[in-house]
Design a protein around this ligand. Structure first.
Ligand code: ATP
Length: 303
């Protein structure tokens, strides 16, 4: 059976009257790259704060590496995290920041620091003070802090925030390498769906504190697959024509004026003629896949 590295059960966090997180039950299997997707204020950071022990749940529970309660707290050294602004000593150099952490975490040998600096592309900037770093460089150093010592679980809140495209690609490659070669489990939040789509293997969509859907990347792509969109004046009537005249059965009616067909993608002309002959007005006929953004906005509308 696949080991769940993270599991939450009805996790809820309220701040006064605000339910920042509402009854969230999610599971992250070993070795997965789990993308947490949600709009501003959806509850992503709150969930991450609960998982990393920076905040306590109002109700519900969580398991880390199969342990719950006090035993789950003891698993936290196995986690590397980047949450909001990275915690750095501004008067220390990048290397000194990492050295202090290395010693604190009991990691023997300076190679750990070299490795972390190199993996985020800061190998040439180790002797520069954190204060002199640009925003993107501070973000990279924050990532180096999370990566230091190869933790088994990485929890990263908006990790590519402020990074240039080269920096994003470098971090992405490193995270994929860790997941695939070292079996690291990774939870990361991002607003950049297109960026997540390049490497996430599983998704959790969160809206107004609730987990509205959890699915694998394959399932997500299936749901966004190409289909023939038929815009008409009367979708129910068009469906009857499709069934009776063309023996089409695999369609979805999205609203009173639109059908989606997963088959017959090359037969737009035949479909158009049959509908027009039957007196159905056709105002749209195109083959299109839903983008991740389309999928997410439909999900949020439905929620
Ligand atoms: P963003 O993408 O903008 O970072 P998010 O998904 O991370 O958003 P959270 O920071 O988890 O969202 O916030 C969820 C909700 O909880 C918001 O309504 C926020 O105002 C509220 N909230 C978060 N932290 C606190 C706090 N310490 N006190 C009061 N309300 C809070």
């Amino acid at each position: 059976m696949t080991q769940m590295v993270v599991a939450t059960h009805g996790l809820t966090k309220s701040y006064g009257k605000v339910r920042a997180l509402d009854d969230v039950s999610l599971e992250i299997p070993h070795g997965e790259i789990y993308g947490l997707v949600g709009q501003n204020g959806a509850g992503k950071t709150t969930l991450i704060r609960l998982l990393t022990g920076l905040a306590r749940p109002s109700s519900g529970s969580l398991e880390l590496f199969g342990s719950s309660g006090a035993a789950a707290n003891r698993q936290r050294p196995r986690i590397g995290a980047l949450i909001e602004a990275p915690v750095l000593s501004m008067d220390l150099t990048a290397r000194q920041n990492l050295e202090a952490l290395r010693i604190q975490r009991g990691l023997a040998g300076r190679q750990w620091v070299d490795e972390a600096l190199e993996q985020v592309g800061l190998e040439g900037a180790g002797s520069k003070k954190a204060r002199q770093f640009s925003l993107g460089m501070r973000q990279r150093l924050g990532l180096a802090v999370a990566l230091l010592g190869r933790p088994e679980l990485l929890i990263l809140d908006e990790p590519v925030n402020g990074l240039d495209p080269t920096g994003m690609a470098r971090i992405r490659e490193e995270l994929v390498r860790r997941a695939q070669q070292e079996g690291t489990t990774i939870l990361l939040s991002s607003h950049l769906l297109a960026e997540l789509d390049l490497f996430a293997t599983r998704y959790g969509f969160i809206h107004q504190g609730r987990l509205v859907r959890q699915l694998t990347a394959r399932e997500l792509h299936d749901q966004c697959r190409r289909s023939l969109r038929i815009g008409v004046d009367d979708a129910a009537r068009a469906a009857t024509v499709l069934e009776e005249e063309l023996r089409v059965t695999g369609y979805r009616i999205t609203d009173g004026h639109q059908l989606l067909l997963d088959s017959h993608l090359d037969e737009a002309a035949t479909i158009n003629s049959a509908l027009v002959r039957a007196g159905v007005q056709v105002h749209q006929l195109e083959v299109r896949g839903a983008s991740l953004e389309d999928y997410f906005s439909d999900l949020v509308k439905g929620a």
